[in-house]
Every structure is written in structure tokens, then in C-alpha cells.
Design a protein around this ligand. Structure first.
Ligand code: ASP
Length: 313
């Protein structure tokens, strides 16, 4: 008999999402929850569940991950992802990859097959191909919708109107992430992103950096973040949040405190999900909306805060 009740908690970005984007995000979250929870329901591992949920969201053009991501300043997709195992602190990260549809799967390969933790650019892609992944053309990841969005951002920038620092909460943050607890009591976390719109080529945000946009440790908690990456990185906010749990805070208190700290210390904005080894969950954001979902044995909730889902669990 499994000892723990599996739980999957995921997010699909936190920002001032317009009404017109709500149903695509709700559906994307639901699809990812179904794929990820199916793994947990057959006593699969938290790592497999997180990878499965994020793979679905990387394929979903509603999110800033995989195909459909924001474009760099020079019109390309550059992807970052991290996957971490709470049982033994194994982690795998890739950044600035341009020819992989599923960076979270490349991160898994790093976690499983390398003594290293983090690969970037061509080295990351070479490692993934050597371990069986197939390359794609960068243009396969680029949507006309994103080209239009990039041109609009660059035009606004030229006119001095653009928010090129992403310091406003209106900027879109559609990064995806997942945290899971499996029937053996192991935690895992993953985060995958195309980064910020109009980013400089080579820029890496918080999402794939260990302890910043993602962290997992069975002795404290699993966490995934989204939002304006630079302040999150400077505060190493993912690790900050799990350390709060280790010190006795509930995952909900740690989530609330982390977002308050982000704003108080650096004026940052974003959203966070936290899952403790006892199955308690936390979520907080200081953006107008956040897309998230929760799957347990008893229920599957997918939607966008605050309109559809209450923050209280
Ligand atoms: N945090 C991501 C980054 O800065 C962006 C996001 O969450 O949407 O790369």
C-alpha cells in the first residue's frame, strides 16, 4: 500500500492576464494536471509527474515555454529549464537552448546521466542529442503571434514607451512550473520558460537557476516560481522559501512571506507554489492573476486566481 497520498500542484504564469487568455490557460493547466497526476496515480515518481506535466505545457502555445515562447531581441526562442529531486538533491538544468522542443526533458537527462548539474547553449543541446533527444529548427518554436508581439515591444521601446525591465506587473509572465509529492513521500520540482519578451540573447532568468525559480528537498519543501526574474534571482527566492518551511513555517506562510519579501526588498513581482513533504500546499502572487492547478486523489482544480479559484486550500 502506498504510504503517502500523491499531490501535484502546478502553475502557468502570474501576470495581468486579460480575460481573453483565461480559458486557454485554464485548459492548458487542466491538460497538464491530467498528464502529471496520471503518473502519480499509478505510483509513479514525483520526478516523472513533474516532467510529464511540464512537457504538456511546453507543447501548449498558451504558455511561455517550448513552442510559442517569447522571442529574444533578435527574434529567436531561447529556453531554460530545471528539474530537481527532493529525495537526493539531484538536479538538472539547461539554459539558452534553441533547438529542443522540451527543455524539461533535457534537464531530466542532465539529472539522470551527468555528474554536472547545469549545461548551457550548444553544450546543453549536444548533451541532449547524445542522450537521444531529437533537435528541432528554432523556427519551429517561433509563432507569428510572438513575432508581432516582439515588433510591438521594440516599436514601443524606440518611442520610449516600452517596459524593457519587466518591472511592471502588466508584463506577461507565462513560465510554467510543477511540484509533486509521490506515494513514496518524495518531492520534486520543475520550472520551464522562454524567459522575458525582447530579452538580450544569452540572458538567463531565475527559472532554471537552482534555488531561484525552482528547488526541492524532502527535508523542507518543493517550490516553483514565475515572474520578473532578476529580482527573484538576486534574492535566491526559491531556496529562501523552502528554508522558511524547514524553520517551521507552513508552505502557505512561506509562499506569502516570499512574495512579500520580493516586493518589499526589490519591488519585484511574481507568483510561487510550495509543497511540503506532508502534502500541505501554498500559493501566493502579487500580480493581478495567476494560472494554477491542484490534483489530488479527491479533486482536480484548474483555473486562474482570483476569478475561478480561491487562494485558500
Ligand atoms: N521568471 C521568468 C524569467 O525571468 C519569466 C516568467 O516567469 O515569465 O525568465
Amino acid at each position: 500500500m502506498p504510504e503517502h497520498k500523491p499531490i501535484l500542484l502546478i502553475h502557468g504564469g502570474a501576470w495581468a492576464m486579460p480575460d481573453s487568455d483565461v480559458s486557454s490557460h485554464r485548459q492548458g493547466i487542466r491538460n497538464a494536471l491530467e498528464a502529471g497526476y496520471a503518473v502519480l496515480a499509478r505510483n509513479g515518481s514525483a520526478l516523472d509527474a513533474v516532467e510529464a506535466a511540464i512537457t504538456v505545457m511546453e507543447d501548449d502555445e498558451a504558455f511561455d515555454a517550448g513552442r510559442g515562447s517569447f522571442l529574444t531581441r533578435d527574434g529567436r526562442v531561447q529556453l531554460d529549464a530545471l528539474l530537481m529531486s527532493g529525495a537526493d538533491l539531484r538536479a538538472g538544468g539547461v539554459a539558452a537552448v534553441e533547438h529542443l522542443r522540451h527543455p524539461i526533458q533535457a534537464a531530466r537527462l542532465v539529472l539522470e546521466h551527468s555528474p554536472h548539474v547545469y549545461f548551457v547553449g550548444l553544450g546543453a543541446e549536444r548533451f541532449a542529442l547524445q542522450h537521444g533527444m531529437r533537435p528541432c529548427d528554432n523556427m519551429d518554436l517561433v509563432l507569428p503571434r510572438e513575432q508581432r508581439r516582439l515588433y510591438a515591444a521594440q516599436e514601443a521601446e524606440l518611442k520610449g514607451l516600452g517596459d524593457t525591465t519587466f518591472s511592471g506587473t502588466l508584463g506577461s509572465h507565462d513560465t510554467v512550473g510543477a511540484v509533486a509529492l509521490d506515494s513514496e513521500g518524495n518531492l520534486a520540482a520543475g520550472t520551464s520558460t522562454g524567459g522575458t519578451l525582447n530579452k538580450a540573447p544569452g540572458r538567463v532568468g531565475d527559472s532554471s537557476l537552482i534555488g531561484c525559480g525552482c528547488y526541492a528537498d524532502n527535508q523542507s519543501a518543493a517550490v516553483s516560481l514565475t515572474g520578473w526574474g532578476e529580482p527573484i534571482m538576486k534574492l535566491v527566492l526559491g531556496k529562501w522559501a523552502v528554508d522558511r518551511v524547514e524553520a517551521g513555517a507552513s508552505p502557505q506562510q512561506a509562499a506569502t512571506d516570499a512574495i512579500a519579501y520580493l516586493h518589499r526588498r526589490l519591488g519585484g513581482h511574481g507568483g510561487i507554489i510550495v509543497l511540503g513533504p506532508d502534502g500541505s500546499v501554498g500559493l501566493a502572487h502579487n500580480t493581478p492573476r495567476m494560472a494554477w492547478g491542484l490534483a489530488t486523489e479527491a479533486e482536480l482544480r484548474a483555473g486562474v486566481t482570483h476569478e475561478e479559484l480561491s487562494l485558500s486550500f
